[in-house]
Write a protein that binds this ligand. Structure first.
Ligand SMILES: NC(=O)c1ccc[n+]([C@@H]2O[C@H](COP(=O)([O-])OP(=O)(O)OC[C@H]3O[C@@H](n4cnc5c(N)ncnc54)[C@H](OP(=O)(O)O)[C@@H]3O)[C@@H](O)[C@H]2O)c1
Length: 313
């Protein structure tokens, strides 16, 4: 089968190649998926550039974590899945996985049935970003009637955080550049703010929870009131954490997404109920992985970038 391989640290154009290797067989508790599509995330390009582990996030020279496709073979001890099932997963994260290939081994517990409402490209694009958004909203205990601010509402995580927060009944404010505001509204955002408009940012008022998806960005002062939950999926300096505490925020929680077939099944149910869609920024073939990774590296992605390996899977 064709499988992506990195030759070491460096730019996408220098280290990415496609090699031919044997189709894998499933070990105990595992399933082999014929890959239809595999999403790309900023972590894919950061870890490729450095070719090293990032703390618990494991580097592999055969990369890829997101996957959607059709079950090809199952280990004898797996009863939950059968050949032909249409599935999607965040495989193994933060341990290494190898989904940028024609076939991928996935632990049975990481899989969920792919939503009928989504194309295989959408299902392959979603898992890491959707689970991150889901787990951030869980960490903030977002519920009906709460006011939520999503900093970075147009990216992979942000556009799903808006929709999943709306599905929980929250009132959502989100930031994005002005050209993307109409899209944010189509995903359900009640209020949209241009992150380059300091006056508009300064006029925002207190919220119950802030989901930070943009590196080096703090919630505007007025949005933080006593007990505001601040969940970040990016880095935050000790000084920034101290400042937020001074403003009255609850202790900032930094989360790292974890694979979960159970949570993906809940997201799939919302997708099939018409409450969550995946906006595809762009689709690439396996042979176009360099361009696909460069698109992610641009930082301008709207929704998700996906690599489509077999559209008929
Ligand atoms: N901790 C975890 O488990 C975890 C999980 C997933 C992702 N992450 C990290 O979270 C970050 C976001 O991931 P992602 O996949 O959502 O990224 P992404 O899809 O690449 O985000 C791109 C979007 O960010 C917007 N943006 C850039 N600067 C902004 C600003 N100052 N304010 C508001 N929006 C801004 C861009 O909009 P414009 O083009 O309009 O500027 C673009 O639409 C990355 O650093 C990623 O590594 C962490």
């Amino acid at each position: 089968m064709r499988s992506v391989k990195y030759s070491g640290a460096g730019p996408a154009s220098e280290v990415i190649s496609i090699t031919d290797i044997a189709i894998p067989t499933p070990g105990p508790g595992e399933v082999v998926v014929k890959v239809g599509a595999a999403g790309l995330n900023p972590v894919d390009v950061k870890i490729r550039a450095a070719a090293t582990d990032f703390g618990p996030i494991k580097y592999s020279d055969r990369p890829g974590w997101d996957v959607a496709g059709v079950v090809a073979t199952v280990a004898p001890d797996v009863s939950a899945w059968s050949p032909g099932d249409r599935v999607f997963a965040l495989a193994a994260f933060p341990a290494a996985a190898h989904t940028l290939a024609e076939y991928a081994v996935v632990a049975a517990g990481d899989l969920a049935a792919a939503p009928d409402a989504w194309t295989i490209a959408q299902a392959g694009a979603a898992p890491l970003a959707a689970l991150t958004a889901w787990q951030a909203l869980e960490a903030a205990a977002v519920g009906a009637g709460q006011r939520v601010l999503v900093l970075g509402g147009a990216g992979g995580v942000g556009h799903l955080a808006i929709q999943l927060a709306k599905a929980r009944g929250a009132e959502v404010t989100a930031t994005a550049s002005a050209a993307k505001h109409q899209l944010l509204r189509s995903w359900g955002a009640d209020h949209v703010v241009d992150y380059r408009d300091e006056h508009a940012l300064a006029s925002l008022t207190g919220v119950d929870a802030v989901i930070v998806t943009v590196d080096g960005t703090l919630p505007p002062r007025g949005t933080v009131t006593e007990g505001t939950a601040v969940i970040t999926i990016t880095g935050l300096s000790a000084d920034d954490s101290a400042l937020l505490a001074e403003w009255g925020a609850a202790p900032v929680e930094r989360i790292l997404v974890a694979a979960s077939g159970g949570q993906l099944a809940e997201i799939a149910a919302l997708a099939d109920a018409g409450e969550v869609e995946v906006h595809l920024d762009s689709e690439f073939g396996l042979d176009e992985l360099v361009a696909a990774q460069e698109r992610v590296e641009s930082g301008r992605v709207t929704g998700k970038v996906v690599v489509v390996i077999d559209r008929d899977a």
